[in-house]
Design a protein around this ligand. Sequence first.
Ligand SMILES: Cc1ncc(COP(=O)(O)O)c(C=O)c1O
Length: 399
Amino acid sequence: MADNGSGSKKPATQVVTGGRRKIWTGAVVNPPVWRGSTHLYDDVAHLRDGLKSNDDGRFFYGRRGSPTQWSLAEALTEMEPGAAGTMLYPSGVAAISCSLLAVLQPGDEILLTDSSYDPSRSFADAFLKRMGITARYYDPMIGADITDLFGPDTKAILMESPGSLTFEVQDVPAICKAARAAGIVTLLDNTWATSRFFPALEHGVDIAITAATKYIVGHSDVMMGAVTTHSKYWTRLRRTAQQLGQVVSPDDAYLAARGLRTLDVRLRQHEASALKIAHWLKDRPEVGLVLHPALPDCPGHEIWKRDFSGASGLFSFELSDGDDRSRAAFIDALSLFGIGYSWGGFESLALPVDPAKHRTATEWAGKGPLVRLNIGLEDPDDLIADLAKAFEHYHGAKP
Ligand SMILES: Cc1ncc(COP(=O)(O)O)c(C=O)c1O
């Protein structure tokens, strides 16, 4: 969508008003669910007219969406100053893989952060490899020195900042500056911060990817991905998504748009609660490092302070003298934290994570087993009481 109406609205206002064009909402507040595969034309001339533009906002055929999807895409575009448009995908992984397919071709090389989400790695190591594309990994703390890795075939860099298990905050502006000078396209998995806390394009990123499944949807009931980019890559991104048949259902788009309206207030609460809990954990004798970008233990904390306007609710901490068994006892003893994948929803989650097995360019130097927490919207004091109780079980199971 060419119209980026970011204007001067503050983020909390943007998420409330974004994409709510009168022509899409009609007389109600939320753009209704427009279900449809076939779109009907008045006559043959009208049908032929439909072929003249590939923009959102024109009825064509169900795979190109309807006002429900267009409205959500436009709202996400408005959150990224400088963006030309947003494509929606049926999952965050689809958003990552389709973005990479849009910019790479056989013979190319891609650099990925060693802290990448595991399915991003496996897409690069297996699928892209099969296409004759080489993947190399870099230290997430590399910054401007990434130029040392550039070769004649390096065409793209996939960043993730912070990493979703170990939370290193990358110097995204420095990496993007170096890449741009070398004609290399930059992609960022921006799921943790969202455009709310880190408007990626403003920081030099070419292609901003969000697993909307997490904070955008916010209610753990929809899978979705979104990719926002500026005009240079917009046509390519859109064409590739269409060639790969990417479409999200209007029901899912409706729920994601509904989630988006409360993103600002939810993120601020996730931030406050997660910080309170992270500080509390930091003072516990059982805890080693607390890997939360807003705490000094976290690699890249200074970069987070410089570049981000907030922190979301996902972080990890190390059990300083535990093992896998005592970590399991700790997690199993929690009652307010669910055990499960994903994050960004209103409910808290705890997960054992083992980053060492996903590293190739760097060694994970952690001293104890890691637990990742998704801090939801429960009262943080209740969550702290739950964690305190679980530490008793942890002591009982310690080696
Ligand atoms: C950092 C990150 N990126 C992308 C994804 C993929 O999103 P989805 O589960 O919607 O495919 C996830 C999912 O956990 C993630 O943690």
